[in-house]
Ligand binder design. Structure first.
Ligand code: 13P
Length: 283
């Protein structure tokens, strides 16, 4: 059943759990994510990042995401991740996406507020939810292997977050508190106190970007302190790549369709595992 981000976040609030937001730029990852959530009888967010247009365009993968979400046995939100322009977000909403993220985190504060407000007005016309971002995340979800340490200067300022939420009226806030996008080259040092302070001041569900590659303890402590949406991509996509290599090296399959199914099954197992970790804050 297709639902909004707001609805999924209400479930997370009630159950005191985190919800996996899996980037699904390929059909294999999409089917794997939905199947994993159905097997765990847990709501999920499937998302398409504008930076993944080079893998599949939203016009191609978007209708598949919406249709499969509508037919699923569990609540699913179809979300646009890191929207860079209002036009792109509008295209997604017209396709049936129920939630959008406008990422103005690298803009000056006032411009971020203005553009995010525009995204909120647009989403309201479609009955969709909005995620905004304040504070800077480094790295990317396009497989680059370079990674710096995210400096505290980039972290979200709790007081400014309060102001941002008041001024924009968003439904969820992506904040910077120690995670980075992509492969971790340095052990992250998550600022749980900051997560709690931002969550308490804004009274909104917080979104963890750069959510793959952490330990079960780090996930659970983040959820306990206020993170409700966990964006998950790089390490899940790597599971698919590793399975593909194994399948080819072991001569387990000769047809691409068989290889892709092998990768899909491996990703599904990985997604099931993380959905299970996010389900509760106790070890
Ligand atoms: P990772 O690719 O680091 O898991 O981050 C995903 C993400 O934050 C998408 O917005």
């Amino acid at each position: 059943m297709l639902v909004t981000l707001k609805e999924v976040m209400e479930v997370a609030e009630k159950r005191n759990c985190g919800i996996a937001a899996i980037n699904t730029p390929t059909f294999e990852s999409l089917v794997a994510a939905i199947s994993a959530a159905e097997k765990n009888t847990t709501p999920i967010i499937i998302q398409h990042a504008q930076s993944h247009e080079y893998i599949n365009q939203i016009e191609t993968i978007g209708p598949a995401m919406i249709t499969l979400a509508k037919h699923a046995s569990i609540p699913i939100c179809a979300h646009i991740d890191h929207g860079e322009s209002i036009n792109y977000l509008e295209k997604g909403l017209q396709l049936g996406f129920t939630s959008i993220m406008y990422d103005g985190s690298r803009l000056p504060y006032e411009e971020n507020v203005q553009k995010t407000r525009k995204a909120v007005r647009l989403a309201n016309e479609f009955g969709a939810s909005v995620e905004g971002e304040l504070g800077i995340m480094i790295g990317n979800e396009i497989g680059e292997h370079t990674q710096e340490v995210n400096e505290e200067d980039n972290y979200t300022d709790p007081q400014l977050a309060y102001k941002f939420v008041k001024e924009t009226n968003i439904d969820a806030l992506a904040a910077s508190f120690g995670t980075v996008h992509g492969f971790y080259r340095h052990k992250p040092n998550l600022d749980y106190k900051r997560i709690k302070e931002i969550a308490t001041l804004t009274n909104l569900p917080l979104v963890m970007h750069g959510g793959s590659g952490l330990s079960s303890k780090e996930y659970k402590l983040s959820i306990k302190n206020g993170v409700k949406k966990i964006n998950y991509y790089t390490y899940g996509a790597k599971v698919g790549a590793d399975a593909t290599k194994n399948c080819i090296n072991n001569n387990d399959a000769v047809l691409f369709s068989e290889i892709s199914r092998y990768a899909q099954d491996a990703m599904e197992k990985d997604f099931q595992q993380i959905i299970d970790v996010f389900k509760s804050i106790t070890e």
